[in-house]
Ligand binder design. Structure first.
Ligand code: FES
Length: 211
C-alpha cells in the first residue's frame, strides 16, 4: 500500500531548506536510525557569546520523511539559542509538517537525534560539558523514548509499553515490555532497543522479557 504524505512533507522533500555542509562548523554530528539504517549529519555555526545558532545545514542519506523533517527542524533551530533548540521534539517536527504516517515517525526521531547530538558536541567543545553516557535508568529511558512503536507512531515510553527497567551490578539491563509475543511490531521494537542500548559503552547485555 502506498504511503500517504501531507503536502508539506512533499514540499519540504522536493525543496528542502538548509541542505549542505558548513565550512569549518563549530560542531556537527552524524546519527543513524536503528530502525532503518539511514543516516543524517547536522552542522552548526553558533555564536559563542549569545549561544544563538547562526547557521545550520544538514546532509541526509535517508528517506523523504527524513529529508522533510531535517528541513523543518533546521528551520526551527535557525536563529534560536541552543537551549531553545534542544527543546525541539520529533513530535513537534512531525506536527509542523502536518503529520507523518506512523510507520515513518522514526525518520523524525533521527532528525531530532542528529540536531541534539550536534548541540551536545558543541556544548562539549565550547562549554566543556561532559557527554553523559553512564548506564543508569534516566539515560536508558531517554534512549527508549526514541523507540517508536510503528503501528501508532508513538514511542514505547509514552505508550507505557515499558513496564520495568533494571540495571544489575554487572551492568546487565533488564527490560519488561507489555507487547504480545505475536505482535507484528515486536521484532522491530526489540531490534531497535538493542541497537539503542549499544550507545552505552559499559553495558554488558540487554534482556527483554514480555509481560
Ligand atoms: Fe530511514 Fe526514513 S526510512 S529515515
Amino acid at each position: 500500500m502506498a504511503i500517504k504524505y501531507s503536502e508539506l512533507v512533499i514540499e519540504h522533500f522536493k525543496n528542502p531548506h538548509n541542505v549542505g555542509t558548513i565550512d569549518k562548523p563549530d560542531a556537527s554530528a552524524t546519527e543513524g536510525s536503528p530502525a532503518c539504517g539511514d543516516q543524517l549529519t547536522v552542522y552548526l555555526k553558533v555564536n559563542s557569546e549569545t549561544q544563538i545558532i547562526e547557521d545550520i545545514k544538514f546532509q541526509s542519506y535517508g528517506c523523504a520523511s527524513n529529508i522533510a523533517t531535517a528541513s523543518i527542524i533546521t528551520d526551527l533551530a535557525m536563529g534560536r539559542n541552543i537551549e531553545a533548540a534542544k527543546q525541539i521534539t520529533w513530535k513537534q517536527a512531525a506536527d509542523e509538517l502536518g503529520g507523518l504516517p506512523p510507520i515513518k515517525m522514526h525518520c523524525s526521531v533521527l532528525a531530532v537525534d542528529a540536531l541534539r547530538s550536534a548541540i551536545k558536541n558543541w556544548e562539549h567543545k565550547h562549554l566543556g560539558k561532559e557527554i553523559d553516557d553512564s548506564l543508569n535508568k534516566k539515560n536508558i529511558v531517554k534512549e527508549l523514548q526514541k523507540v517508536i512503536y510503528g503501528q501508532v507512531g508513538v514511542d514505547i515510553v509514552s505508550l507505557k509499553l515499558l513496564k520495568y527497567i533494571g540495571v544489575d551490578e554487572k551492568n546487565n539491563v533488564l527490560l519488561e515490555l507489555a507487547i504480545k509475543k505475536d505482535d507484528p511490531f515486536l521484532d522491530d521494537v526489540k531490534n531497535e532497543i538493542n541497537e539503542r542500548m549499544e550507545k552505552f559503552p559499559k553495558i554488558a547485555s540487554v534482556k527483554i522479557s514480555l509481560v
